[in-house]
Design a protein around this ligand. Structure first.
Ligand code: ADP
Length: 278
């Protein structure tokens, strides 16, 4: 049976103004996987994520971390925040320290590590995100892309077992986006579970191993990227486009240019290989 590192069971949540943001969400994030959560603005993705590090508490329903029900006491919250790192969509909402080095050292210092251990973690996180040369720079003088990398380094330095990233590619140029995805792949290979929300269906299709689709505070569908992105009804309901590779492959199958039983290519090179093998 699949081992879930994070799980929501029938979670309902209302904001103080009465907005029902989650209306019975059940989902499981399998340990060690790369998971994408898709859905239009307002679907409830960020609200769900904030349940996973204990910032929000369900009105009803339950949240589990590593098989244990999350309790809203001090020790349970400390364990959850140490293990579940959230990179917010807007880095300005996350960064608050004077320099990049201070910013990234804040989390490890709070974990009670000594100065040497903190330094090691900060240097490792800066190297992994390629921002070592920015260490002494004031965070408010960074470009948007640099701030995003610092906000990711912030979370990496905590060495969590799960990283949740809200819209990692929002407002990033292709170079920075590729760097972030490579980084996620690398930490995933080392055992970290990575969850991201995104509007970018092409990225979700190529990158993820499992996909959840949210709509109107509920899970509208789930499955492998191949299954989810061939489900026209689900895509229409959630207002999602078909990834270009799926669209082209389906079109070519209809025209008899690709065999019906040929697997769906997940990358440009797989697509070209499929064409060349005809
Ligand atoms: P997503 O991340 O999928 O865009 P959100 O979780 O941010 O969706 O929002 C889900 C719903 O909750 C939306 O209807 C949004 O307007 C509402 N919402 C989000 N934050 C607040 C808040 N602080 N107060 C009231 N309503 C909110």
């Amino acid at each position: 049976m699949a081992e879930f590192i994070l799980e929501a069971r029938d979670v309902f949540f209302d904001y103080p103004d009465g907005t029902s943001a989650l209306k019975g969400v059940s989902l499981g994030i399998e340990k060690g996987k790369k998971v994408a959560v898709l859905g239009p603005n307002g679907a409830g993705k960020s609200t769900l994520f904030l349940h996973f590090n204990g910032v929000y508490r369900p009105k009803s329903g339950k949240v589990f971390f590593s098989g244990s029900e999350v309790r809203y006491n001090h020790s349970s919250m400390m364990a959850l925040r140490k293990n579940v790192g959230i990179v917010f969509q807007d880095p300005d909402a996350q960064l608050f320290s004077a320099s990049v080095y201070q910013e990234i050292s804040f989390g490890p210092l709070n974990l009670g590590l000594n100065e040497e251990q903190v330094k090691e973690r900060v240097n490792r996180a800066m190297a992994a995100t390629g921002i070592t040369e920015l260490g002494e720079k004031p965070t408010h003088l960074l470009s948007y892309g640099e701030k995003k990398l610092v906000s990711i380094a912030d979370i990496l330095a905590m060495e969590p077992s799960v990283i949740i990233c809200d819209e990692p590619a929002a407002c990033l140029d292709p170079g920075h986006t590729a760097r972030v995805l490579e980084l996620f792949d690398r930490i995933n290979r080392n055992g970290t579970t990575v969850v991201m929300s995104t509007h970018d269906v092409d990225m979700a299709y190529s990158w993820s191993e499992y996909v959840y689709v949210m709509h109107g505070g509920k899970i509208a569908g789930e499955g492998t990227p191949q299954a989810v992105f061939q489900d026209d009804g689900l895509l229409k309901l959630a207002g999602l486009q078909k990834p270009l590779l799926v669209d082209l492959s389906e079109h070519m199958r209809r025209k008899g240019l690709l065999a019906e039983n040929s697997g769906l290519p997940r990358s440009r090179s797989e697509f070209l290989q499929l064409l060349d093998s005809r």
